[in-house]
Design a protein. Structure first.
Length: 234
């Protein structure tokens, strides 16, 4: 990621995810939910994406973590803006039928980053012996999907707010999916950021009732658990 004044140049190896990110950024930018794409070029297998720089701060900024209710109001507004979009117009399908195929590819090609997973997921004391066992469990325990347009990786660093308008970035895993794809990862991200898990200060514990109430949805812990586990394979 390189910043040039009011612009950001994102450079990544070309992949399905970078193709999806380009499609979704344009789709979201047309609805004022993401920064405008200025240009995209693919050279020697590298994807170069030039876009506007987002104004404001990420939602993981300490000023928001000190005021989690305000943070949740902002995040909830973004989520409902996404969920109110027409799924038939969304250019990417990330329903479980497709998402699990991508997860299977990552598992069979050794692409699961075992150094960046929750310690309770794998290993002797983990819930699953290895990624293969987790994948099998995910396939066997698919929940009924409530389809909306999703961000796909709705973590605090992927939402910017300038005091008036919020915009999203890093949308390559987004598309039509269950709304808990976003709810689950927001829950995990806010919980861990409040606890200072990423080298920051401790801000307190996440009030679970407050979390779901702020989003205006009924808690579904089975789906929350499922989509957090699914994300371990990406």
């Amino acid at each position: 990621m390189r910043v040039y004044g009011d612009f950001v140049l994102k450079i990544q190896p070309l992949s399905l995810e970078t193709d999806n990110e380009y499609k979704l950024l344009e789709f979201f930018a047309q609805r004022n939910l993401a920064p405008q794409v200025i240009a995209r070029e693919v050279v020697d297998g590298e994807d170069y994406l030039l876009m506007e720089k987002c104004r404001g701060e990420m939602l993981c900024d300490s000023k928001y973590l000190r005021n989690p209710r305000t943070l949740l109001e902002i995040a909830g507004t973004v989520l409902h803006n996404l969920w109110n979009l027409d799924v038939s117009l969304c250019p990417v399908d990330m329903t479980l039928a497709n998402k699990l195929k991508l997860a299977e590819y990552n598992v069979t090609h050794g692409l699961v980053d075992l150094d960046n997973v929750d310690p309770s997921t794998f290993g002797i004391n983990g819930r699953f012996a290895n990624p293969e066992k987790l994948l099998a469990w995910l396939i066997d325990n698919q929940p009924r999907e409530d389809l909306v347009v999703t961000h796909g990786d709705f973590c605090l660093p992927n939402v910017f707010f300038d005091g008036k308008l919020a915009k999203i970035i890093d949308v390559g895993r987004g598309g039509v999916a269950d709304r808990y794809q976003d709810v689950a990862l927001l829950y995990r991200s806010l919980r861990d950021n409040l606890r200072g898990c990423y080298g920051g200060e401790y801000f307190g514990e996440l009030g679970e009732k407050t979390f779901f109430s702020a989003l205006g949805i009924t808690p579904n812990w089975d789906k929350t658990d499922y989509y957090i586990l699914l994300d371990e394979l990406f």
